[in-house]
Design a protein around this ligand. Structure first.
Ligand code: GUN
Ligand code: ZN
Length: 430
């Protein structure tokens, strides 16, 4: 048993539903076998367990581990290619890099960089867009299992309109997806996600094969892109004879409570109703939406229609692994939307970066908040005392203000330690 003594901030009650930030100073979390067994004032918890090791984390802030619901494994080296809209960026930047993962040695190096990026940013759970190559997906799962992260991922499939070396067939897509799932589903914290890249690059037959794999793989997840860019949306509508973009997934059995669709910057009301009725979730990726010029996310409409929204970095369309930066960018965009925007508090941002993602990924009973009974997935934010963030936290008017400063100024360099299931996966110095 270890006792973590800290200031803890989390959002056990959804701030979009009336909850507020839970902030407690000098409390103790007692952790045994990866589970939080007690939470309370330090003196009380200590008195009940006087002989256990105490880790004193009072020189920073302890948060739940971040949950990134949309991040691309093969795009680490493509981050930061600015200046192109989606389809040009895919053709000239992302896809040439993705093609290189055909070679297993290359995929191994990228997987190491990718998992390092997640860990250093404090991400403990992620829905990961995999590779078009089954061999590279095996590499990702192998390394993710070694590191210990909660990773849901799968084979990305497409059968049209992308470079030829990334294309597959419906039969092969089904067979390789099912084979990968049979190797990995349920290994430690690994789960399988059926992953059509986007309806633009998937024929109806391929989506049908994905629907079959989704049905045949026990407890599978499904992820894809939707309504990201106006040119893309117009093409999809043409390719599917007028069916709505969300409808293309619904029509092939790919839309339900295990589905997370990224972006949804340009939905119709009917599509929002479809998402809400199916209980599918949307991964909001604000730095990517800004960087690729995709548009301003209509959060108010999603909330109004009761669509579940979580957050993703969308590396490498997004500008890095930091969920703090995504939270800040989400805040900026809603501010810029004026009367059409949602006024986001620091508690909303923390919720989007933690509990909302845990909920979207069906992990809410295990992670997302630091309460007794949950697994100990946590991030220790520990900026240098003389850094602007260190100074800001010390002089904050209260916990909400301190959290605002963490989102405004925090970077992966301010993440000290990270734990998943009680295992420390990142130390102060690496
Ligand atoms: N749509 C299809 N593929 C991608 C991708 O890799 N990134 C983003 N942002 N959108 C996509
Ligand atoms: Zn994406």
């Amino acid at each position: 048993m270890t006792i973590y003594r800290a200031t803890v901030l989390d959002t056990p009650v959804d701030p979009f539903g009336g909850g507020t930030l839970r902030a407690e100073s000098d409390i103790a979390l007692a952790v045994r076998d990866g589970q939080i067994t007690a939470r309370g004032p330090f003196a009380d918890v200590r008195a009940a367990t006087p002989d256990d090791e105490v880790l004193d984390l009072r020189d920073g802030v302890l948060l739940p581990g971040f949950v990134d619901t949309h991040v691309h494994f093969p795009q680490v080296r493509a981050i930061g290619a600015l200046g192109m809209p989606l389809l040009d960026w895919l053709e000239h930047s992302a896809l040439p890099e993705e093609a290189r993962l055909h070679e297993t040695g290359y995929a191994q190096s990228v997987a190491t960089e990718f998992l390092h990026g997640l860990t250093r940013a404090g991400t403990t759970s992620a829905l990961v867009f995999g590779s078009h190559f089954a061999s590279a997906v095996d590499v990702l799962f192998t390394q993710a299992e070694q590191v210990g992260l909660r990773v849901t991922s799968g084979l990305v499939v497409s059968d049209r309109l992308l470079r030829a070396d990334l294309l597959t067939t419906p039969e092969r897509a089904y067979d390789e997806s099912v084979a990968l799932a049979s190797r990995w589903q349920g290994h430690e914290r690994i789960r399988y996600a059926v992953t059509p890249r986007f309806s633009y690059s998937c024929s109806a037959d391929l989506l049908e094969a994905c629907g079959a794999a989704y049905k045949d793989i026990d407890d599978a997840w499904c992820t894809s892109h939707v309504n990201e860019n106006l040119t893309e949306v117009a093409e999809v509508t043409k390719l599917f004879g007028g069916t709505s973009y969300v409808g293309t997934y619904q029509d092939h059995g790919l839309l339900d409570t295990h589905t997370i669709l990224a972006h949804n910057v340009h939905p119709t009301d009917a599509e929002l109703d479809m998402l809400s009725a199916s209980r599918a979730a949307v991964a909001h990726c604000p730095t990517s939406n800004a960087s690729l010029g995709s548009g301003m996310f209509p959060l108010a409409a999603h909330l109004h229609h009761g669509v579940r929204v979580a957050m993703g970095t969308d590396v490498g369309g997004g500008t890095g692994f930091s969920m703090l930066k995504e939270g800040l960018q989400a805040y900026f965009i809603q501010s810029l939307l004026g009367a059409q925007g949602v006024s986001l508090t620091p508690a909303h941002l923390l919720h989007l970066a933690t509990t909302a993602g845990a909920d979207a990924l069906g992990l809410r009973d295990q992670v997302g908040e630091l309460s007794a009974g949950k697994r100990f997935d946590a991030v220790f934010v520990a900026p240098a005392a003389d850094s602007p963030l260190g100074v800001g936290i010390r002089h904050a008017a209260g916990p909400d203000d301190a959290l605002a400063k963490i989102f405004a100024m925090g970077t992966p360099a301010d993440i000290g330690r990270v734990w998943v299931d009680g295992k420390q996966i990142k130390h102060d110095t690496w």
